[in-house]
Design a protein around this ligand. Structure first.
Ligand code: NAI
Ligand code: 15L
Length: 274
């Protein structure tokens, strides 16, 4: 039989944290072409269990030793794990703040040279929706969650300056199958565009620490994303195809944070009194 060998994939082993989550499930499929082996990790149970060319490692990001073992033998890390919404500070602390430190420290000790960090628009969520920003605009976190992502970006910056570990921090807008409300008409990132942006973030040489926005080619975007363009990102999707469906939803009141702030409802979450 004359079978053609399949071409070698660009990475031997890629680590994806948060692999049991909403985006993790999507990326588990879409990242297949990029690595001989995908190492999938989460604190929660992974379903389905490991398939061909997959390794599943259950790991709490708050556990430094466990993260150290998790990172051994990988070529690059896509760090998507952690608390993904606003929660009391103590819950954010272990998963997101200690977690991102553990990831970078393990990367340093194992010689991993590239990280892609799932940051968030909530790093700049207290800007109003009529303000145009780029990745260098001063941060205005809207929540403990947004603060943890801001800290993650600083961690990435420090590990590049001190140890030469390169990172692309992607301030993801709203990455779901469809935009779920009017605000997401501006912030939506399709799964296809997310995958393309990850490819750019993994392959582009000499990124140092680059911050980009994770957003599709929507109308009325609030973010100048020229740094993503410089990585070769050219989004193919737009929220416009969902406009009629989204505009059929009730219009929030004029003073609703969802209509005023880039971070929407996150600006009004808390306080979390004991
Ligand atoms: P998700 O909440 O569905 O997934 C996060 C995963 O992290 C979950 O499976 C959870 O079990 C895991 N996790 C939580 N604490 C952990 C811990 N201590 N140790 C190990 N794993 C832990 O969130 P989603 O939507 O999939 O987002 C993925 C990443 O992208 C998150 O970091 C989120 O902050 C970020 N992001 C997502 C956006 C979106 O629109 N989906 C927007 C902006 C940022
Ligand atoms: C995020 O950072 C969250 O992880 C996600 O669940 C959405 O709330 C998104 O931001 C958003 O702002 O729409």
């Amino acid at each position: 039989m004359n079978s053609t060998p399949s071409p070698r994939k660009p990475f031997n082993r890629l680590l994806l944290t948060g692999a049991a989550g909403g985006l993790g499930k999507v990326l588990r499929e879409s990242l297949r072409p990029y690595a001989e082996v995908l190492r999938l990790s989460d604190i929660g149970e992974m379903a389905p269990a490991a398939g061909p060319e997959e390794e599943v490692v259950r790991c709490d990001l708050a556990d430094k030793q466990a993260v150290h073992q998790l990172v051994e033998g990988v070529d690059a890390i896509l760090h998507f794990g952690g608390v993904s919404v606003e929660r009391p500070f103590e819950e954010i602390l272990g998963a997101n703040i200690c977690g991102v430190f553990h990831i970078y420290e393990a990367a340093r000790r194992h010689g991993v040279k590239r990280v892609v960090f799932a940051s968030s628009n909530h790093v700049i969520g207290f800007y109003q929706q009529d303000q145009k920003l780029d990745a260098h605009s001063p941060r205005r976190p809207d929540s403990y969650y947004g603060l943890s992502k801001s800290y993650g970006e600083d961690m990435a910056s420090f590990y590049f300056d001190r140890y030469g570990i390169e990172t692309v921090s992607i301030r993801i807008g709203s990455s779901f199958a469809e935009p779920q409300n009017r605000r997401m008409m501006s912030t939506w990132l399709s799964f296809g565009d997310l995958t393309q942006l990850l490819e750019c973030a993994l392959y582009t040489p000499n990124v140092g620490h680059t911050v980009v926005y994770g957003v599709s080619d929507n109308h009325n975007v609030w973010w100048d994303n020229h740094l993503a363009s410089a990585l070769g990102y050219a989004p193919r999707d737009s929220s416009e195809v969902f406009r009629a469906k989204v505009e059929a939803l009730p219009l929030p009141a004029a003073d609703d944070p969802a209509r005023i702030y880039q971070g929407g409802a996150f600006v009004a979450s808390g306080p979390f009194d004991d």
